[in-house]
Structures are given as C-alpha cells and as structure tokens.
Ligand binder design. Sequence first.
Ligand code: NAG
Ligand code: NAG
Length: 321
Amino acid sequence: LSPAKPSLTALKTMPAPVCRCRPLAMAVLLLIASLCHLGSCNGGAGGGRITRLPGQPEVNFGQYSGYVEVDGKGSRALFYYFVEAELDPATKPLVLWLNGGPGCSSLGVGAFSENGPFRPSGQALVRNEYSWNKEANVIYLETPAGVGFSYSADAAYYQGVNDNMTAMDNMVFMQRWLEKFPQYKGRELYISGESYAGHYIPQLAEVMVEFNKKDNIFNLKGLALGNPVLHFTTDFNSRAEYFWSHGLISDSTYRIFTSVCNYSRYVSEYYGGSLSPLCARVMNQVTRETSRFVDKYDVTLDVCLSSVLSQSMILSPHVCS
Ligand SMILES: *[C@@H]1O[C@H](CO)[C@@H](O)[C@H](O)[C@H]1NC(C)=O
Ligand SMILES: *[C@@H]1O[C@H](CO)[C@@H](O)[C@H](O)[C@H]1NC(C)=O
C-alpha cells in the first residue's frame, strides 16, 4: 500500500462524497439514452413523455425525461427524469432529488438504485416497493452540467464550475421546468438529496428564497439532506470512537487515530490531493484492523450473506471492477 495512493480498501471506507455507482444502473442509463434517441421521449403534455422503459412492468403513473436549457444560449442543458406520483399526482407535493459526488448521476444512482419506482433485475426492471413516488412527484436532476446526460457545449465549463454556478443553474432549471409542466406551478416543493448534495440543497434553497423576493414562484416547503457532506471537520470526527467502541480497532490504533491523524484531517488531505505519509500510515493501520470484510457503512452486517456492494466486490471482484 503506497502512502501516496490510498488502497482500494481505503477508498471504500471513504464516507459520503464517494458515489456508489452500480454497473446495472449504468446499463439502464444507456437504455434510456437509446430510447430517447429513437424518439420515444417526444410528445405528450409538458414534453418528454416516456411511453415505456425497456423491460418495464405495466404502471399507471406518468414518466418524463428531457433537457432544460439553463444558459439562455442553448449551449448548456440539464437532464431530468420525472416520475409522477402513483396515485393522485395533482394533490401530491413536488420533490427534487439530487445525488452528490460531485459527479454522481441522479438517474443511475437515485432513480434506479435508491428511491425511484424501478430497479434493474437482469434484463428487466422490477418495481421498488419503497419508491418515493408513492408519496410524491419526483424530479431526478443530473447536475451540474457534465454529470450524467447533462452537458455544456463549452467544455471549459466543466473545469470552472463551482457550487455557486451549480446552485444558479439548478434554480434556472426549476424555473424553466415549471414552464414545461405548468400544472406544478405553486405546488409544495421539497429539495432532497444525499452526500455532496449537502452543499447543493441549501445553496439552491438560498437562491430560490432570494429569487422569490422578486418573483414568488417557488413554494419551497422543506429540505431533506441524507448522509450529507457539510464540512469535513464536523462531519468526520466520530469514526475513531465509533470503530474503537465497536471493538474494530485496538486501543493503540484508537490513540494514533485521534492524535497523530484523525479522520477529518485524513479526508481533507485526501480530497485536497495531498495525502501525507503520516495520515496514510495511520489509515493503513486502521484499515488493516477493520479488515476488508467489515462494511464500514454497517459494521454488524453478516459478512457471508450480505449483498452490500463493498462485500460483493470482495466476493466477486470481476462484477464491480
Ligand atoms: C459564492 O457565493 C457566495 C455568496 O454570494 C460568495 O460569498 C462566494 O464568494 C461565492 N463563491 C464563489 C467561488 O464564487
Ligand atoms: C483533527 O485534527 C485536526 C488537525 O490535526 C485538528 O485541528 C482537529 O481539532 C482534530 N479534530 C478532532 C475532533 O480531534
């Protein structure tokens, strides 16, 4: 394990910012892409109605997808997948879902691996009984431009984009999306997401609240942040105590993990692109003791029976390389 390059195991122990994109979900993305290219995404009220996804079971709710231009010049556009509520969409709130990363696809991860109506199973799609569209109309937005199908014709944008620009594009997206789907104007709106969306969500809310002072178009009711990245120093300082109190690391490792290099320092060095040999050494020791066979997201899981991604990577590395 070279100090300059964290091992795969160390990467797998990284918390919220890492998106756990799944190969199956990526296959679904491609299916949707080809569907749109064949023209099945055109037409219908509001545009972009999806008649049926490949391998999809019969459902009664509406599905839409498409692009919303956000720069007024037609050179930058954000991609969305929108599912209406299963029952009475006209009375249900509107929920915007954002995955994090930065760089995670809300389509591949949020919609088709987490809280959307379907998930892939072999060549088909099966219903997700916990889908959020049982209670809400959900927009899965790929943001910023460069993520998933969202794009900028000017590639320099990908290098320069920051959280402020993302928040502004997201707000323009919502504004123009409501023009496409006028029946949702004034609807109760919740902004939700996970991981790095801990930045996207409050920042989008802030620009919406500002915008509302001039033109009150967003009926913003609430925010939901799942496993959010807020600030490295406050988010990541419980790991040593948690591992130690669950008997996963020794007393002496606990000591160096709280004095020589703590986890918030490790994370900021790692994301800052300059991991010190000191922190690398401490993390290697922690990783050695916790072992590859303990899922850091759920340390009490049964090692042999779990299908959690990190464990399946160890059991069948060829599937998730
Ligand atoms: C983002 O916006 C905030 C608030 O308007 C401002 O203080 C900050 O400097 C901006 N950051 C960048 C990178 O533009
Ligand atoms: C973690 O380490 C950093 C830098 O060494 C220090 O500033 C911070 O107070 C430490 N945090 C905790 C919770 O010990």
